[in-house]
Design a protein around this ligand. Structure first.
Ligand SMILES: [Zn+2]
Ligand SMILES: [Zn+2]
Length: 184
């Protein structure tokens, strides 16, 4: 489908080669080859819901190299690999959530935090950004990547394709999504 091809112009990182056998979860703090002490001190990584074939889970797990702009215990922010504007990045939850259709009213706070996180990353790059020119939202009804991600785009896309993909035909604003899940 043409629209699907267009959507794929955005979002998906270039690197998709992946050998599942080679992926192991590693502790980022450990650089030593020495065996880790065993005695009950092992810090466990938070148990995030992961899908092996998901490119964004791989980015979160650092098994695909990406320029991560921000990370905390809930979210990761990184640039869209084909930016539609000067500032275009994605906020993903660390938990694998497929898309906005999986969101429930209990996710309201998470969606609000995704927006706050995206805005704070943008503020580092454009301290006085004009909220009127900020485009944020989620794909709908066609999904190019099946891991929930919030697009932060500033200023709005100039190209025809960018304006179409991130228009209300294919893209739902944070406010709309919040309204919908609150009413569930
Ligand atoms: Zn996207
Ligand atoms: Zn995922």
């Amino acid at each position: 489908m043409y629209v699907y091809k267009l959507l794929n112009r955005f979002c998906a990182p270039r690197i998709v080669v992946y050998n599942s056998a080679s992926i192991t979860r590693t502790k980022m703090t450990s650089t030593s080859q020495e065996p880790m002490p065993v005695k009950g001190t092992e810090e466990s990584l938070p148990d995030y819901k992961t899908v092996d074939s998901c490119i964004f889970c791989k980015i979160r797990n650092k098994t695909v190299p990406t320029n991560i702009l921000f990370e905390d215990d809930k979210f990761v922010v990184f640039p869209d690999h084909k930016p539609a504007s000067d500032n275009h990045f994605l906020v993903i939850p660390k938990n694998h959530i497929k898309n906005i259709r999986e969101l429930k009213s209990s996710d309201t706070e998470m969606v609000e935090q995704m927006l706050q996180t995206g805005e704070s990353v943008l503020r580092e790059k454009v301290p006085e950004f004009d909220k009127e020119l900020l485009r944020t939202g989620f794909h709908w009804p066609i999904y190019s990547i099946f891991h929930l991600h919030l697009h932060i785009i500033y200023p709005p896309p100039q190209s025809l394709i960018g304006r179409m993909i991130f228009s209300s035909y294919f893209f739902k604003s944070v406010d709309t999504v919040l309204q919908e899940i609150k009413n569930q």
